[in-house]
Design a protein around this ligand. Structure first.
Ligand code: NAD
Ligand code: DAU
Length: 353
């Protein structure tokens, strides 16, 4: 029994690998291209663990993926690999089409060939779990009900459109070929190993470095935040008991405007690592130009996964955010490792002066 994980050196993938191996003896093969967002340092503590096999490579490399499938005979593929940052998709959408759409189709084809050749009992137990996002549903007005699994797809950014396309491909491979797929659509994650291009780790890193804390537009865009470990538990549960062909929304029932998230982070940092001059980190908050096409509000209705699979988040936003801030304070080496050359180029390109 083995799992094949794609993108397991990224933020959520690496948290999943740690989560899985802390509770299961079943080994994992971890296929990751190591783009700017992938970091083997996230997996350092597993260097001597024989249950974890890391392979650097692309999900679209059919020869490599086929060889891994035949060699390790996984009972499931968990597909995390993607280009994941909305702002980067606005600067350069084509990488997102290549990995999220074309790469996912190439992976589906490699997996279909492997799965088709399995004995019937193994075929029926096999799973392809596709990790997707709530952004495929588009933006909600302030009083609209949260996204359910039947909400129409209305992706607004190139990133969201590429993930929506990948969801449709996964669905089609189930409908047409019978591949036993599961799709999860999750809200905004936060926690350890989050690359500091995304709001929460960027604010922590910039606050501690004495830099401006950039808030887009009026800061009143709403996101539904979920601690990453809770997302990992949900994926584990869907893999275990989800029905092939079904989709499951995952979220924290935790909607917050961005400016409230940023101020809460500042207050936590004021408490845990006060500024030398006694001022609050909130004095570094700077309103900047809004994101193009910025979605105003996301909110997930996680009723289906709760009612059918018994999953619900363990962490509150308060406990999860405190753990996260403490993790970044305790892992300054990790932060300095991922915020060198290429990261600075991105910050200069995107935020300018
Ligand atoms: P991430 O950007 O931190 O990590 C992505 C990983 O995929 C990196 O390790 C990267 O090297 C790898 N990768 C990229 N292209 C690849 C390719 N062609 N072949 C192999 N590996 C490749 O992303 P994340 O935040 O951990 O997100 C993981 C998945 O979860 C994505 O599919 C994303 O759409 C989805 N998701 C993310 C969030 C969130 O809040 N971060 C929420 C919901 C869903
Ligand atoms: O909703 C799930 C999605 O959440 C995932 O699919 C994506 O992979 C993930 O990146 C995330 O997308 P967002 O665009 O919501 O996350 P981000 O951290 O980039 O931004 C969160 C909010 O904060 C968003 O409204 C934009 C705003 N923001 C972001 C940055 C980086 C700022 O105001 N300032 C910033 O500097």
């Amino acid at each position: 029994m083995t799992l094949l994980v794609t993108g397991g050196a990224g933020f959520i993938g690496s948290n999943f690998v740690h989560h899985w191996l802390s509770a299961h003896e079943e080994p994992l093969v971890n296929l990751d291209k190591l783009t700017y967002a992938g970091n083997v340092g996230n997996l350092q503590s597993l260097a001597q663990d024989k249950r974890h096999v890391f392979v650097q490579g692309d999900i679209g490399d059919t020869a490599l993926v086929t060889q891994l499938l035949n060699q390790y005979q996984p009972r499931a593929v968990l597909h995390f690999a993607a280009e994941s940052h909305v702002d980067r998709s606005i600067h350069g959408p084509l990488d997102f089409i290549q990995t999220n759409v074309v790469g996912t189709c190439q992976l589906l084809e490699s997996v279909r060939a492997y799965w088709s050749a399995l004995p019937a009992d193994q075929q029926s137990h096999f799973r392809f779990l596709h990790v997707s996002t709530d952004e495929v549903y588009g933006s909600l007005s302030p009083d609209a009900p949260a996204f359910t699994e039947t909400h129409p797809y209305e992706p607004n950014s190139p990133y969201a459109a590429s993930k929506a396309a990948s969801d449709h491909m996964v669905r089609a491979w189930h409908h047409t070929y019978g591949l036993p797929v599961l799709t999860t659509n999750c809200s905004n994650n936060y926690g350890p190993y989050h690359f500091p291009e995304k709001l929460i780790p960027l604010v922590i890193h910039h606050a501690l470095s004495g830099k401006p804390l950039p808030v887009y537009g009026d800061g009143m865009q709403v996101r539904d935040w979920l601690f990453v470990e809770d997302h990992c538990r949900a994926i584990e549960r869907v893999l275990q008991a989800g029905t092939p062909g079904e989709t499951y929304n995952i979220g924290g029932w935790n909607e917050k405007p961005n400016i409230e998230v940023v101020k809460t982070l500042c207050h936590l940092l004021d408490e845990l690592q006060p500024r030398a001059d006694g001022q609050s980190y909130a004095s570094q908050i700077t309103y900047v130009k809004d994101r193009a096409g910025h979605d105003r509000r996301y909110a997930i209705d996680a009723g289906k996964i709760h009612n059918s699979l018994g999953w619900q988040p363990v962490e509150t936003f308060e406990t999860g955010l405190r753990k996260t801030v403490q993790w970044y304070l305790d892992h300054a080496d990790w932060v300095s490792g991922v915020t060198s050359g290429a990261y600075r180029q991105w910050v200069d390109l995107h935020y300018g002066d």
